[in-house]
Write a protein that binds this ligand. Structure first.
Ligand code: GDP
Ligand code: MG
Length: 370
C-alpha cells in the first residue's frame, strides 16, 4: 500500500517533523519520525496543517503549500469583510442595522433583508462591503483558534458618552492578536454629553492611535440611531480595504468559513458560509468540519435563491447531511466519495480525541482520589 514516513511527509510540507508528530499525538496516534503513514492519513494530516494535497499517483502524495495554487494573475479584487466589536450597549447592533439600510438594492426592494449572520451592503458606486453579523468576541476567538481568519477589518464601536470600557479593550486585543486593522466608530454623537476627544485619548492608552493624534487608525463620529455619518464610515472601510489590497481568485473550487449553522425544521441543516476563495455553486460537494453534503440550494442575504456565490459573499447553504459548527472551514471537493473519506477521518479523529480526553479525565480522577 501507499506509505510515507513522518519525516518524509514533514519534508514535503516544509514543516518540522516534531509538529507532525505532535499533531498525530493529539489525534491519539503515537508515532516516531521513521514510522510510516498510509497515504490517506498523510493527506489528511497535511490538510490539517493547512496544506493542499495533490496526489500524483496512487503511490505518491505530493504536498503543496496552500495559496500556491492561485497565480497572482488570477486574483481579482474582493469586498472587505468587516466585523463590528465593542462594549455592550455601545451600539453594535444598532450600527449594523443602520449600515444594512444603506444597501442601495435592499432600499429599492423595500429594505427587507433576512438575517443569515452576515450581509453585504452594495453602494451606489457599485462597491460592496460584507458585514459579519454574529461574531461577538467569543466567536471571533473560536474562529481564530481554528486558524480561520474570517474578517479583514474590525469596526470598534465606542459610545461617545461612555468611552473605553472593558470589552472595548478586549476587542482591541483580539484585533491586534489577529493583526486585523481597526476603524474606530465613535457612536451616539447625537447625545448631548458626548466627548469624542476623551475617547481618542483613552484609546491612545491602548495603543490605538487615531489620525488626529498622528496615528494611522481612522476614526469616524457617527450616530447609529440618527444614521449620521454612515457614508463616512463606509468610505473609511473602502479606503482601508484598498490599503489591504484584498484579492481572491473567483475561478477555482470554493473554500471559506462557516459563520453559523443550525438544524432548521423544514429545511434540514442550514449553514451560513462566507466564501473566501473560488465560487460556490449549486451541485457542488462541500465538506465543512466533520459534515458534508451536496449543495441543493444557495440563498443570499436578501432571501433570494442564487446559483453561485463568489469571494467575500455570505450565503446560506442547504443540502448538508449534518450541522457543522460556526468557525469550521469548508471546502468543495471533487466528489461524494472524497467528501465521505475526509469526514469519516475527521469524525474518527474527533472520537479518538474525545476518548483520549475521557481517559485522561478518569486518570485525573484516579489520582485525585489517591
Ligand atoms: P450593543 O449591545 O452594542 O449591540 O448595543 P445596541 O445596538 O443594542 O444599543 C444599545 C442602546 O444604545 C440601545 O438602547 C440603542 O437604542 C442605543 N443606541 C445605539 N446607538 C445609538 C446612537 O447612535 N445614539 C443614541 N442616542 N442611542 C444609541
Ligand atoms: Mg447587540
Amino acid at each position: 500500500p501507499d506509505t510515507i514516513t513522518v519525516q518524509e511527509l514533514a519534508n514535503r510540507m516544509s514543516e518540522r517533523a516534531v509538529d507532525v508528530i505532535r499533531l498525530l499525538m493529539q489525534q491519539g496516534q503515537m508515532m516516531k519520525i521513521n514510522d510510516v503513514l498510509d497515504a490517506d492519513t498523510a493527506q489528511l494530516v497535511a490538510e490539517d496543517m493547512g496544506h493542499t494535497v495533490k496526489r500524483v499517483s496512487e503511490s505518491d502524495v505530493e504536498v503543496g503549500l496552500e495559496g500556491e495554487a492561485d497565480n497572482a494573475a488570477d486574483l481579482k479584487p474582493r469586498a472587505p469583510v468587516v466585523t463590528v466589536m465593542g462594549h455592550v450597549d455601545h451600539g453594535k447592533t444598532s450600527l449594523l442595522d443602520a449600515l444594512r439600510q444603506t444597501d442601495v438594492v435592499a432600499g429599492e426592494a423595500g429594505g427587507i433583508t433576512q438575517h443569515i449572520g452576515a450581509y453585504q451592503v452594495r453602494m451606489a458606486g457599485g462597491e460592496r462591503i460584507t458585514f459579519l453579523d454574529t461574531p461577538g468576541h467569543e466567536a471571533f476567538t473560536t474562529m481564530r483558534a481554528r486558524g480561520a481568519k474570517a474578517t479583514d477589518i474590525v469596526i470598534l464601536v465606542v459610545a461617545g458618552d461612555d468611552g473605553v470600557m472593558p470589552q472595548t479593550i478586549e476587542a482591541i486585543n483580539h484585533a491586534k492578536a489577529a493583526e486585523v486593522p481597526i476603524i474606530v466608530a465613535i457612536n451616539k454623537m447625537d447625545k448631548p454629553d458626548v466627548d469624542p476627544n476623551r475617547v481618542r485619548t483613552e484609546l491612545l492608552q491602548h495603543e490605538v492611535i487615531v489620525e488626529s493624534m498622528s496615528g494611522d487608525v481612522q476614526d469616524v463620529e457617527v450616530s447609529a440611531t440618527q444614521k449620521m455619518n454612515l457614508d463616512k464610515l463606509e468610505e473609511a472601510i473602502l479606503l482601508q480595504s484598498e490599503l489591504l489590497e484584498l484579492k481572491a481568485n473567483p475561478d477555482r473550487s470554493a473554500d471559506g468559513i462557516v459563520i453559523e449553522a443550525q438544524l432548521d425544521k423544514g429545511r434540514g441543516p442550514v449553514a451560513t458560509v462566507l466564501v473566501q476563495r473560488g465560487t460556490l455553486r449549486v451541485g457542488d460537494v462541500l465538506v465543512a468540519g466533520t459534515e458534508w453534503g451536496k449543495v441543493r440550494a444557495l440563498v443570499n442575504d436578501r432571501g433570494e435563491q442564487v446559483k453561485e456565490a463568489g469571494p467575500s459573499e455570505p450565503v446560506e447553504v442547504l443540502g448538508l447531511n449534518g450541522t457543522p459548527e460556526a468557525g469550521d472551514v469548508f471546502s468543495v471537493v471533487e466528489d461524494e466519495a472524497r467528501a465521505r473519506e475526509i469526514t469519516d477521518y475527521r469524525q474518527r479523529v474527533l472520537r479518538d480525541k474525545r476518548a483520549a480526553g475521557a481517559a485522561r479525565g478518569s486518570l485525573e480522577q484516579m489520582f485525585s482520589q489517591l
